[in-house]
Design a protein. Structure first.
Length: 294
């Protein structure tokens, strides 16, 4: 098999860079919409710093979908943009991957904004949350890290979780082959969600969840630490933080590698995450966004 080369989908326009606007978060919606949060330079920290912005900040979410471009203006945002996600009705979700606890309980770490940028809801999504992905029905799928799993936040304790847009848990794992220790990446395929995670230093897993009834199946991941993956049927493509793309075929319950390729693009690879939607893997390198198919 000769895999396809990554295709550039969008590049941050030069006029945005000249105006001092920087991309500080990005995602791909359930229907393949690329969304990028642009923040004026006055609020941003140097690349690779955490937090990536100073609070409060202004910004704008640029969304490029099949029906053209639309934007959500944001003003005085009080939540860090560690995660950006799209929800039905042209709403957007921003979430901090950490959560703060006070004497009377955990503080919200997610905010839902309406299409005009008005805050609509605050959500408590859990602490130490490296993975967050939304599906077509607005469910929020999350995988947590060890500090959350072994901490006191009730949303994080199960390791994997789904919530609705009111922040209520709507799915928890049952019958996994191990106890989650660290979330790695997430994807969707049709109405189903996929979560990559590992239980120990010996391997990692892929769990596919059908929200109708909540049934799940789990296979060993063919890649130890993917930053992103996409699945279509029995075919999958995976990306690692060192820039290796690999293609795999699920034979029985085992993924067999069929091809590999270096990303080979100019610009620094976003090593934190990539997004998989219906067999298409999206990733960022420099100020360009790319996709490759399973």
């Amino acid at each position: 098999m000769t895999p396809d080369r990554p295709v550039e989908v969008w590049r941050l326009p030069e006029e945005e860079l000249t105006a001092g606007r920087r991309a500080r978060a990005w995602t791909v919606g359930p229907d393949g919409e690329l969304a990028v949060l642009l923040v004026p330079e006055q609020y941003t920290a140097p690349a690779g710093s955490w937090p990536s912005v100073t609070l409060p900040y202004d910004g704008e979410v640029v969304v490029l979908g099949r029906k053209g471009e639309w934007r959500v203006p944001l003003t005085g945002v009080e939540v860090l943009p560690d995660h950006l996600a799209l929800l039905p009705g042209r709403r957007v979700l921003l979430a901090d991957y950490r959560a703060d606890e006070e004497d009377d309980g955990w503080l919200p770490n997610g905010v839902v904004f309406g299409p005009d940028g008005t805050p609509e809801a605050e959500l408590s999504l859990g602490d130490d949350m490296p993975v967050l992905v939304t599906d077509r029905d607005g469910r929020i799928w999350m995988a947590y890290g060890d500090e959350g799993i072994f901490g006191d936040h009730p949303m994080a304790a199960a390791g994997l979780r789904a919530a609705d847009t009111a922040g209520r848990a709507v799915w928890s794992p049952r019958g996994l082959p191990g106890e989650p220790l660290e979330g790695l990446a997430g994807a969707t395929e049709g109405g189903c969600a996929w979560l990559a995670w590992y239980p120990s230093s010996s391997g990692s897993y892929l769990t596919r969840v059908d929200p109708v009834g909540g049934a799940s199946t789990t296979t060993r991941s063919p890649v130890r630490l993917p930053i992103g993956f996409a699945v279509r049927g029995r075919e999958g493509v995976f990306l690692t933080k060192d820039g290796e793309l690999t293609w795999h075929l699920l034979v029985g319950k085992e993924w067999k590698r069929t091809a590999k390729r270096r990303v080979g693009l100019s610009g620094e690879l976003d090593r934190q995450r990539a997004h998989g939607r219906d067999g298409v893997l999206w990733f960022r390198a420099g100020n360009g966004w790319y996709q490759v198919s399973a």
